[in-house]
Write a protein that binds this ligand. Sequence first.
Ligand SMILES: *[C@@H]1O[C@H](CO)[C@@H](O)[C@H](O)[C@H]1NC(C)=O
Ligand SMILES: *[C@@H]1O[C@H](CO)[C@@H](O)[C@H](O)[C@H]1NC(C)=O
Ligand SMILES: *[C@@H]1O[C@H](CO)[C@@H](O)[C@H](O)[C@H]1NC(C)=O
Ligand SMILES: *[C@@H]1O[C@H](CO)[C@@H](O)[C@H](O)[C@H]1NC(C)=O
Ligand SMILES: *[C@@H]1O[C@H](CO)[C@@H](O)[C@H](O)[C@H]1NC(C)=O
Ligand SMILES: *[C@@H]1O[C@H](CO)[C@@H](O)[C@H](O)[C@H]1NC(C)=O
Ligand SMILES: *[C@@H]1O[C@H](CO)[C@@H](O)[C@H](O)[C@H]1NC(C)=O
Ligand SMILES: *[C@@H]1O[C@H](CO)[C@@H](O)[C@H](O)[C@H]1NC(C)=O
Length: 907
Amino acid sequence: MARTMQWLVAAASVAQVLASPHGLVRRQNSLPIENCPGYKATNVQQTSQGLTADLTLAGPACNTYGQDIETLKLEITQETGNRLHVQIYDADENVYQVPESVLPRPGADGNVSSTTSQLVFKIVNDPFSFAVSRRSGGEALFNTTGAELVFQSQYLRLRTQLPENPNLYGLGEHSDPFQLNTTNYTRTLWSRDAYSVPGGTNLYGNHPVYFDHRGADGTHGVFLLNSNGMDIKINNTAETGQYLEYNTIGGIVDLYFLAGPSPTEVSKQYAEVVGLPAEMPYWGFGFHQCRYGYRDVYEVAAVVANYSTAKIPLEVMWTDIDYMDSRHVFTTDPERFPLEKMRELVSTLHARQQSYIVMVDPAVAYYNYSAFNNGVEANAFLKRSNGSIYQGVVWPGVTAFPDWFANGTQEYWNNEFTTFFNADTGVDIDALWIDMNEASNFCTWPCSDPFGYAAANGYPPTPPAVRADAGYPIPGFPADFQPSSGGRKVKRQSSNTTSHLGLPGRNLIDPPYTINNAAGSLSNRTIDTDLYHENGLAMYDTHNLYGTMMSSVSRDAMLARRPTRRPMVITRSTFAGAGHHVGHWLGDNVAGWPWYRVSIAQMLEFAAIFQLPMVGSDVCGYAGNTWPELCARWATLGAFYPFYRNHAEVGSVNHEFYRWNLTTVAAQRAIDTRYRLLDYLYTAFHEQTVSGKPLIQPLFFVYPEDSNTFPIEHQFFWGDSILVSPVVDDNSTSVTFYLPDDIFYDYFTYEPERGTGNWVTRNNVDFTEITAHIRGGSIIPLRQNSANTTTELRKQDFVLIIAPDLEGKAEGTLYLDEGDAIEQPQTSLITFSYANGTFSMGGSFGYPTDANVVSLTVLGQGSNMTTPAHKRDSSVVVDAKRQMITKKLSVPLTESFVTPLCQECEA
Ligand SMILES: *[C@@H]1O[C@H](CO)[C@@H](O)[C@H](O)[C@H]1NC(C)=O
Ligand SMILES: *[C@@H]1O[C@H](CO)[C@@H](O)[C@H](O)[C@H]1NC(C)=O
Ligand SMILES: *[C@@H]1O[C@H](CO)[C@@H](O)[C@H](O)[C@H]1NC(C)=O
Ligand SMILES: *[C@@H]1O[C@H](CO)[C@@H](O)[C@H](O)[C@H]1NC(C)=O
Ligand SMILES: *[C@@H]1O[C@H](CO)[C@@H](O)[C@H](O)[C@H]1NC(C)=O
Ligand SMILES: *[C@@H]1O[C@H](CO)[C@@H](O)[C@H](O)[C@H]1NC(C)=O
Ligand SMILES: *[C@@H]1O[C@H](CO)[C@@H](O)[C@H](O)[C@H]1NC(C)=O
Ligand SMILES: *[C@@H]1O[C@H](CO)[C@@H](O)[C@H](O)[C@H]1NC(C)=O
């Protein structure tokens, strides 16, 4: 019965397409894609920076998935010496394009000529095809010859040949191998609430960019700026050879080619297109604790206290949707999380130098309360064509969803934030967590009875029983948090797109080309794709932007309430360029070794390829029950995520690090390691926000000509200098890791280890330990001591570890600033170098700090141990066992400095 109804609805919308008056050819002689005629280029004009041409359909339309567009425009622009932009769009400019308001385009340099750029393009007029190659060496990077371009009203196909066995990375969000499969592989891009992040499916976000690494021949990137649902197919067949093929259900061909030629340069060039990542506050790199299912404000306080008791530094406490009144955003549960207790919780945390974060979902309860009523008044909610507010079902039951493109939405959102998160009267959060923004809708399409669905499925869920107090003392918290404290007072931007609005007359619910969406039909379990935003864009075209738009609107709302401080916003759904606004946690993973392992590949994707470096997965696993060995390992791995948060689902076993001795010890060690390195991490992160150079790098970024590194996805470089090689096998205490042909030093023992381009096995790696190496050629600034909070950490002195390369040289940098303000009046960017036995320090010294450098340690000095003392600096102490020399000193980080350590140290 329901099926028939669905069919009727679908049939009705097809009828609309057929009756469409907008000049589209009637869909009568629909033919398979293989019969499509392709296009012919005419009016080909060389321009100062590229080429333009008209493309006309080269034969009878095949109208496979909607109507063929008869006339297209081709526009090729050399935007910079290493970036080529290729656009193919409908001559009438009706076809939807990603709005500039969501992703501003970088534009062209102005003085790049077609003869000096690194990339050359070539077009073939009839049948039309184009190719992009490197000027130097002539290597073809992209070549569409052999498969006709198909440009229909609801389908776009573009295929490029690739060399055999290409090394491809990117095209997320996914949990497949970091190095992409090259045969029979489909990557679907369509934002989805993807519980357990299954492989081979579309996940939360969309990043249609890939890196193609060709070893000594260089690396290039290809970014398709298109937000429509798509299947990208990578395959190798007898007839066609190796190829990559875009199949989108709308939008235009909008390709950016990035010349590299090194992987790092491709990353930087991609950042020039989508924007540099947002700077994050220093404290944001501290350790975070979260859980869905903390029953009340007392339990939250108790967790904070338990961390202190266990002597595990906790920087940031989080609360999931539990704090809301019946899951209504912008409310607090008056009995379990009463506002005045929330305020006291936050002020207590602040007094302890700790921070607080809560979750906000986009869906607003369809219910008579201020956040809903204000949204109605501001016209901020998505509407159906009859003007009624569109209803879905999320945590609070029936909900409305903000229309991020509506004129009134930013101001509405700002007002909710300045009121609810008011520092003087509300919940004074330090940063923000946004979730469910794919957008997730529990009600399956067509969701004809949202109230019935919510009631039948128990939304909102019944909250836990109310407690008057925790029933036990909570050390470090005010009297109001202690048993029998009594007195529980209960208190009750817009885009102005004028063209590119999208073709009329399309089937926005069941398009004729079906992408491989793991949720079924396009609108299933999300917002209906046939809704129109206030500005006329269709959800069919903008679905993949919803999370990123919530991100930038929420970031701006955080700025509106606190204009001078860096907003830290952590989101689930992202689109290309999201890193410019927010960070990302990797969604609802599971407590199991496969998720522990895949988190490394996903971190590499986001930090190194997608320019979204504030990233990490739920440490110990979100869903299911973790156990001490897994959780301990994860504590040590998570300490090397840029974003380090322990999180668990309601109903799963509690896994705060203090729950087991093993995880307590692992977390203490891991946090100690991370915190001593926090300025090294902060420096690498800052560098990425300035230049796009990734702070987390796959091994091939550092050793691009070593083909053994190309598939490696369980090791990574943390910054330029630290190679992390976690144990990855289930319940194992041994690790087999790759050491490139170079000199390394064990991070923890400082012993030199000469890499030979081979795999090395190490046994007896305790569950509280992780394997890491310093790459020769590095100088690492470490805080001399860790601390309980990052505020205290910032007062500690520095020690420098000098790890010479094979020529006896090393260098490093240290960035210092105040850590939280957007405008930094004073910063330091200090450079360290070591050569010929002499250490020197230079660069800029604007930031005032009392922290000094108190020692210099040079590793790998085996042959210098015999250097007579008179040839060494007399204050240098030899540690023969660890083959290192250390000089104690006290040098301020406010001026240049040079010192010899060893007069005749050998190279
Ligand atoms: C593109 O591929 C075709 C067919 O394989 C080939 O003839 C042509 O030379 C290639 N173009 C470039 C620029 O490599
Ligand atoms: C990738 O390819 C290999 C073999 O070529 C196959 O075993 C594996 O299942 C594929 N993975 C995915 C995610 O398609
Ligand atoms: C890859 O090609 C094979 C052989 O033609 C075909 O059976 C398969 O469906 C293709 N896979 C994809 C993902 O296109
Ligand atoms: C391609 O992959 C699909 C699904 O992943 C699988 O069903 C099919 O058998 C594979 N085809 C080939 C030719 O490997
Ligand atoms: C939104 O703002 C634009 C520009 O100010 C205006 O033209 C448009 O009419 C507004 N739309 C609505 C629905 O108010
Ligand atoms: C409309 O868009 C144009 C071009 O992007 C911009 O210059 C203008 O300020 C926008 N107007 C409004 C009201 O947002
Ligand atoms: C919607 O998703 C549910 C599972 O969540 C599935 O059972 C159903 O078949 C899907 N419906 C459509 C129309 O894809
Ligand atoms: C706690 O774990 C550490 C590391 O595994 C171990 O050395 C120590 O003996 C354990 N302590 C207790 C009390 O079990």
